[in-house]
Design a protein around this ligand. Structure first.
Ligand code: UN1
Length: 521
């Protein structure tokens, strides 16, 4: 179904209205310490180029208010029993469910991913809420056997404090949930600084969850601060009151955040760039591999940190498979991400389009050959009146030493290389600064085990017969090397949001010292 520009605008404004984010500065609703003055920043629909709304940026004064409220709220929130906190998170999950369709559409409107992915992103937040309900009853510590008679040792986990969460444009809802819902179950409060490219999703998400907190009389547990890096970001990373900063974004940004937070001996949880490869062995189910590669490389217009950027094909299958892939690339439907049937929407903005263009140029200069795509797309051919940054999904024959293949370009460019031995493929895969996600398609048991062994993939995520993107929330998400080492979402990622306390209790009438030390008068 395609709609006219006028019909589309009506649909868009209905979505914004229902979520309460239409008009100027929708963040400044009653009772919230949002900016009422300050630089105006518009949020654009990357598909049409239309302005969706605008926010006023917060200054240091508003930042202070939000942090003070979060600090104050922490004192009471940490004393709410964890399962009761879990019950509030459960209600947030219900509220997100009730708004899933509109919120998913808003994600699509603000960042340009196809509707199915926008909805999938909200589903990821709902799944996080469900996970955190269970987690709230499982914040387990170990008990140890003391070497001393009639002594007991155990560890317990305490809430940490107000957590600073800095998110990127590409997952404007789910990455918040990975952090904020775990933090809430853990007894922390949250200060969220969203990307200025997706402030409306942040405001809508915050409003939906704030209503639940309001119903329980918890003020200040969630803080939202929409500001720029120099004013608000810098304040956050240098703020001693925020014991943990969880930041998602580029490696350049993460390095800066890490240094600032380390300077005050705070904690960082970083989720930075990826340069993810898929290895395809001759035994692989090639139909499966093709679909996994397409979703990984073309999905979200290549703007996931887990997007597939390099394809390592065994030389015996390379030519025929590359041909099939190039044909499939030619069939990817580029269009309005709100419409059924579209597989690829626009890039987030002109800056990203410029990076796409310069990466393709660099690849060709470095010896690469464009096998499919390679060009920008005239936006007027996609949507009437659009100024969106549309590009073609692009396949480039490359060789392992090309510098551009070691860099992360947030665009749908896939570099295809060949190998003859699995060890060589794994070496190529690992020979990049980033270490987020990796995958192999094979039916060989031995290859699977080698890929997953200590001398296999060096990434935080290693998949078999699944692409590099689209991780489930149940596992810990994150990567090694320049990806930053952080882990978010499931498994025991919650431990980063709490502080561990080791307790030793003596219930004997003696005072024996550990290690047999004697210190008697
Ligand atoms: C990101 O791109 O920052 O695994 C996160 C995935 C998604 C999350 C991506 N669940 O692709």
């Amino acid at each position: 179904m395609t709609s006219s520009a006028a019909e589309r605008r009506a649909r868009v404004s209905a979505i914004l209205d229902r979520l309460g984010v239409s008009g100027d500065n929708p963040g400044a609703w009653a009772g919230a310490p949002m900016a009422t003055a300050g630089r105006r920043v518009a949020s654009f629909d990357p598909t049409s180029g239309d302005e969706l709304g605008a926010v006023l940026l917060a200054d240091r004064g508003q930042y202070e208010t939000v942090v003070e409220r979060a600090n104050e709220a922490f004192k009471s929130w940490r004393m709410v029993p964890a399962p009761k906190r879990g019950e509030i998170v459960r209600q947030m999950g219900e509220a997100l469910r009730a708004h899933k369709d509109d919120l998913g559409a808003l994600v699509t409107l603000e960042v340009g991913k196809i509707l199915s992915e926008g909805l999938g992103e909200v589903q990821e937040s709902i799944d996080m809420a469900d996970f955190c309900v269970g987690l709230s009853r499982q914040l387990y510590g170990l008990s140890m056997h003391s070497e001393r008679s009639r002594h007991r040792m155990y560890e317990q986990w305490h809430p940490l404090g107000p957590i600073g969460v800095i998110t990127a444009f590409n997952f404007p809802n789910a990455v918040w949930a990975w952090n904020a819902l775990v933090a809430l179950a853990s007894g922390d409060t949250v200060i969220w600084k969203p990307s200025l490219k997706a402030p409306l999703t942040a405001i809508a998400t915050h409003k939906i969850c704030q209503q639940v907190l309001d119903a329980h009389g918890h003020d200040g547990v969630f803080g939202l601060i929409i500001g720029d890096d120099a004013e608000v970001g810098e304040a956050m990373i240098h703020d001693h009151r925020l014991p943990l900063i969880s930041a998602t974004g580029s490696t350049r940004m993460g390095r800066h955040v890490n240094q600032a937070v380390a300077g005050r001996l705070g904690r960082c949880l970083l989720e930075l760039g990826g340069n993810n490869a898929i290895i395809v062995e001759p035994t692989a189910d090639l139909d499966l591999a093709l679909r996994g590669i397409l979703f990984g490389a073309v999905g979200t217009s290549g703007q996931r940190c887990t997007s597939t950027r390099r394809l390592l094909l065994h030389e015996s299958i390379a030519d025929a498979f590359t041909e099939r892939l190039a044909a499939a690339y030619g069939q990817v439907r580029i269009g309005d991400p709100l419409e059924d049937g579209t597989l690829m929407g626009p890039l987030i903005d002109e800056g990203s389009r410029a990076q796409f263009v310069s990466a393709v140029r660099a690849a060709v200069e470095q010896g690469g050959e464009v096998l499919a795509g390679g060009s920008v797309v005239d936006s007027a051919t996609v949507l009437e009146g659009s100024t969106g940054a549309f590009v073609q999904p692009t396949l480039i024959r490359a060789h392992k030493d090309m510098q551009i293949c070691k860099e992360e370009t947030f665009a749908p460019i896939l570099y295809v290389m060949t190998y003859s031995e699995l060890a060589e493929a794994v070496a190529i895969q690992n020979d990049v600064p980033q270490g987020l996600s990796s995958a192999i398609f094979t039916d060989s048991f031995r290859s699977v085990e080698r890929f997953l062994s200590h001398e296999g993939s060096d990434c935080g995520i290693a998949n078999v017969n699944i692409g590099t993107s689209g991780a489930e929330i149940g596992g810990a998400f994150g990567g090694e090397k320049e990806t930053g080492g952080g882990r978010e979402a499931g498994s025991d990622a919650w431990k980063a949001y709490m502080r561990r306390q080791t307790c030793t209790l003596n219930w004997s009438p003696e005072l024996p010292l550990a290690q047999g030390v004697r210190f008697d008068l």
